[in-house]
Structures are given as C-alpha cells and as structure tokens.
Design a protein around this ligand. Structure first.
Ligand code: ADP
Length: 228
C-alpha cells in the first residue's frame, strides 16, 4: 500500500426525499483511502453502505460534502467536474462488480468481458480479455453463454470485465451475496490477489465476515454514519 491518497471524502451527506419525509442515507462521512488499500464496509441493511460506495465510486452524487479521487476534486462546494469528465473518471479509474453479475445473457463470456471496450477501445483488448479470463481460470468457458456457467464463474467473468480497462480502483458491492460459501471463498481469494499482487485499491461492501476479514480495514456504518 502506498502513502498516496486514492480517495478523500469530507462530510459526505446523501439525503433522499420521499414525499415530505427525508431519509439521510449517508450522514457526514469523512474518510481517506490510500492507493493499494483494501477497505470493507459492513453494517446492517439500510445503514447506507451502497449509497456511500456509489458516491465514492462516482456512480451517484452526494447532497453535500466533497470528494477527491486521485487528487482531483470530483464533487466540492461547486460541482467540480462536468458529466462528461465524470464518465471519463468512471471509465478510466474504476472497475465495478455487483451482487447480480449483470452479464448480457445473449453474449458469450469473451464478448461480455470486451463489452466496456465497445465505447472505449484500448490496444490489444482481445488478447487482454483472453489473458484475464485465463488468469481467472475461465479459459475453457470463453465461448459459453452466462446461462451455462455457475454463479462463481459468472462473478469471475464480471471481475474480468471490470478489469479490462485497467482500473486503479475496484468497487465491489456484495460480490459474494449470491454465492455459496465455497464460491464466496474463491471470489475472496481473487480479490485478495488483485489487491496484493496487482496493487488494486478495493472498496467492498459485504455481509460476509470471512470476506470482510481479508481487507486491510473494516469500516462499520450505522444509520449512515461511520461507527467509531
Ligand atoms: P445498505 O446498502 O446499507 O443496505 P442503502 O445505501 O441501500 O443501505 O440505503 C440507505 C438508506 O437510504 C435506506 O434507508 C434506504 O431505504 C434509503 N435509500 C436508498 N436508496 C434510496 C432511493 N433511491 N430513494 C429513497 N431512499 C433510498
């Protein structure tokens, strides 16, 4: 882990309005995540985990507070970057994986992994996709459709897809939520390797204590706040 700061959040708040009612999903969260750090967010359902990591991952905007990614202000007093730049930040800096793998059922494994390159072609994408799938033990599954795979394999395809554009930060929202314990263990091992071997910064949300334990730091949320 380096001393450089990947993500700096200050006083982040997210307020949802439901009719006249206000829900404070994230309440004054300040934290720094270093480059190469692996941070797990835990906490009961409704405590704000998904809302918070979506903001940290630039998928959602805060109601107030500031966010810097790799030293650049993304949200601040005045919104600092345009929608176009935000798209660029998401595409170039982040990889995303979710509980529901979000694979396209009519595309084969290789095509799913190459999907992010449709709009953002990087050199040697095909070879890279094959190499990623091989490194994730999916070399014999490249031409399979998602429906022909196990849950663990589908999540590994989603991981390969998230890595195709060489992200610096991987955001993982309940990546083992749909998997049995053996498959969860596999995914946990993959994430650890990506962090330790490749230096990827990882931000994870999980209910799985075994998975959370593999992170450098566990942050607990309660009612939108960081528990101390
Ligand atoms: P967690 O991931 O810990 O389960 P969430 O971030 O999903 O928590 O939700 C935090 C709170 O914000 C909950 O009370 C939830 O109902 C509320 N919330 C989340 N998304 C929305 C939304 N789009 N509109 C209104 N309320 C929301």
């Amino acid at each position: 882990m380096s001393n450089a700061i990947a993500i700096a959040a200050r006083d982040l708040c997210k307020v949802y309005r439901r009719g006249t009612e206000e829900v404070v999903a994230v309440n004054k969260v300040s934290l720094e995540i270093k480059e190469g750090e692996y941070v797990a967010f835990i906490g009961p359902s409704g405590s704000g985990k998904t809302t918070l990591i979506n903001i940290l991952g630039c998928l959602d905007n805060p109601t107030s507070g500031s966010l810097d990614i790799a030293g650049r202000t993304i949200f601040g007093q005045q919104k600092a970057v345009s929608e176009r730049e935000l798209t660029k930040v998401r595409r170039e800096l982040f990889g995303y994986i979710f509980q529901k793998f979000y694979l396209i059922p009519t595309l084969n494994v290789l095509e799913n992994v190459l999907l992010p390159c449709t709009f953002y072609q990087k050199d040697n994408a095909d070879e890279r996709a094959v190499a990623l799938l091989q490194s994730l033990g999916l070399d014999k599954r490249m031409k399979h459709l998602p429906g022909q795979l196990s849950g663990g394999e589908m999540q590994r395809v989603a991981i390969a897809r998230s890595l195709i554009n060489r992200p610096k930060i991987l955001l993982a929202d309940e990546p083992t939520g749909n998997l049995d314990s053996a498959r969860s263990h596999e995914i946990s091992h993959v994430l650890q390797e990506l962090n330790q071997r490749d230096g990827l910064t990882i931000i994870l949300v999980t209910h799985n204590p075994e998975l959370a334990k593999t992170a450098h730091r566990i942050v607990e949320l309660r009612d939108g706040r960081m528990a101390v």
